[in-house]
Design a protein around this ligand. Structure first.
Ligand SMILES: Nc1ncnc2c1ncn2[C@@H]1O[C@H](COP(=O)(O)OP(=O)(O)OP(=O)(O)O)[C@@H](O)[C@H]1O
Ligand SMILES: [Mg+2]
Length: 143
C-alpha cells in the first residue's frame, strides 16, 4: 500500500500517469471516492501515459467508454455511479468485460459491484482533505 498527497488536479493527473507505467493488458483498477474526489482526473493521467487522443470524461450516462492508446492498447473506463442493482451488470456484459485479458479496465464507484472486492488488481482510494479544497489523499493498494 502506498499513500500520496496531491495539491492540485495536475498533481493527481501526474500521479495517474506514473501509476500507469505498471499496468498491463487484462488489469482491473478499481476506484473509490466521493463525487468530485478526483477519480476521473487520475484516469486522465493513466490515459495520458498511453497517449490516448480521445477526450477522457466520466461515462456516467453511457456507463462505459472505450479508449485506444497509441500502441492500440484498449482501455475500458466504467462509471458505476448510476447502477442501482447488481443485476444491471449482467445487461452491460460486465463479466465478459472483466474477463477480457486484452483490455485494461478502470472502474469508478467500484464498491457498487461486489465482484471487484476480490477481482481487482489495484484499488485507488481518493479522499478530500478536510481543510484544503484542492488537497487529496490517495491510497494505492495491490489487491
Ligand atoms: N488535488 C486534486 N486532485 C484531483 N482533482 C482536484 C484536485 N483539486 C481539485 N480538484 C478538482 O476536483 C474535481 C475532481 O473531479 P473528478 O471528475 O476527477 O471527480 P470524480 O471522482 O471522477 O467524481 P465523479 O464520481 O463525479 O465521477 C475537478 O474539478 C478537479 O479540478
Ligand atoms: Mg468521475
Amino acid at each position: 500500500m502506498e499513500k500520496f498527497t496531491t495539491n492540485s488536479e495536475q498533481e493527481t493527473i501526474d500521479l495517474g500517469r506514473k501509476f500507469a507505467e505498471k499496468l498491463k493488458s487484462g488489469d482491473i483498477v478499481s476506484f473509490r471516492g466521493d463525487l468530485g474526489a478526483g477519480k476521473t482526473e487520475f484516469i486522465k493521467g493513466i490515459c495520458e501515459y498511453f497517449q490516448v487522443e480521445q477526450v477522457v470524461s466520466s461515462p456516467t450516462f453511457t456507463i462505459i467508454n472505450t479508449y485506444y492508446g497509441i500502441d492500440r492498447e484498449e482501455i475500458i473506463h466504467i462509471d458505476l455511479y448510476r447502477l442501482e442493482k447488481e443485476k444491471e451488470l449482467i445487461e452491460i456484459g460486465f463479466d465478459e468485460i472483466l474477463n477480457d485479458d486484452y483490455t485494461i479496465k478502470l472502474i469508478e464507484w467500484s464498491e457498487k459491484a461486489q465482484i471487484l472486492n476480490t477481482n481487482s488488481d489495484y484499488l485507488i482510494e481518493i479522499t478530500h482533505d478536510e481543510k484544503l479544497e484542492d488537497r487529496r489523499a490517495i491510497i494505492i493498494s495491490e489487491v
